[in-house]
Design a binder for this molecule. Sequence first.
Ligand SMILES: [Cu+2]
Length: 493
Amino acid sequence: MSSRRGFLRNFLAGAGIFASTKVLSARDMAMSQGMAGMSMKEKKGSASSGHGRLATVPVQTPDVPDLPFRMDGNVKEFHLIAEPVKQEIVPGRVVDLWGYNGSAPGPTIQVTKGDRVRIIVDNHLPEATSMHWHGFEIPNDMDGAPGSSQDAIAPGGRFVYEFTLNQEGTYFYHSHMAMQEMMGMIGAFIMHPKEAHKPAVDKDFVIVLQEYAILPNINVPNSMNMEFNWLTFNGKSGPATTPLIVRHGERVRIRLINLGMDHHPIHLHGHQFVVTGTEGGRQPETTWGPGNTVLVGVAQARDIEFVANNPGDWMVHCHLPHHMMNQMSSNVGPMSRRTGMPPGEGMEQGMGMLRGGSATSRENGPSLGRGMGVGSTAEQAISNSPLKAGSAAPLQDMPGMKMSAPQVSKDANSVPGFPQDAFMEGPMMAMDEMVDKPENLGLRPGWSGFMAGMMTFVRVLPPDKYEEIMKLRARQQGKKSMSDMPKMEHHHE
Ligand SMILES: [Cu+2]
């Protein structure tokens, strides 16, 4: 088969899912632009993907491990341990979450429709927990609803679940204790069909959306809070999220799962996609219409699919502005905005630290939200005050961070609204080296200064760049597995 025919077939397979010819022509244009600068060799490479293939591809959950299993006769046996987890959500910010098997979100479980599974759940938490299989059509006594279908699993206790799965799609498991959900206790549970859905995808990713309220100088999420300052994709906030690496021309599925207190409009740059699945499984093709933003509501899952026909590093992110920030709170206010400590104020007041009770106390509680804790609105009426020229200088000492002078116009302080709370966004916040990993290879220098919260990339790469990253990743994973060899077999062949 000539590369041109292969390419055409792939392109048609990808474009065929769209009903609108208008969209098709826009895609056609993007495609021809994207392909213009490529050599024949590269075109051949991008045409080698197999959209017509029968076998499913395993899902990749960047930054989250897969849960291994062992076969007991014809039963796939998994072992989940509910336990406290120390998790570094961005370099230097290690927080105390609750999750499974050392990870929050918990490890991804992958099965195939028709599988009989046994899942041993051990509770290593200091309190009772429960394990609910979200959306599973299984016997009531396996549902994990505490109090009604079973007793909660006591601290130190165990419950063994066993059921046969006759569904396919993007599902998840989670603690059914509400506050534990806000501590990180959820994981993806992917049920593959026996044969790949058509058109088959070349890459299949999972992103679990979570949010935490973690006040400055505290490592434990405040599960009572109604506002959140750490927004994560697979337990990481930008720029620590690991990009999704795809080869130019491949068909890509991203499975988005949301468990938190907010709905997240997830937006993809540079491509139109179709929503091919929900938390209820595959959706009929007649419902597929093009879009580039999908609202993933609480307790929902959405599968999006697109042909990665537009080369480049494309952002994929929650579009709620506050969900594209890290450590959101006014705590950087007083110290960074003033010349020093104002005269006549004590240490705590001068630094904008909380006084008069905890963050959720009667005094401070009402001001939680935008002002979360330090510098909260009850403590300080104005969160912003003029930024002193060059005031970022003291931060230049932070190791690993490229602190340059902020990009500020001379008359910045005369402009109403300046500085914004999120002034820290920008090249001065770049930490490319601190988040260095194979998947970030070749990103534009300084990229990390603009990535925060629920943000990552889909990197649509020419074959040579793609191979280079894959080789680097394989080498790194090889090194890792030499040092901490997992004892159990993996699902991936
Ligand atoms: Cu969001």
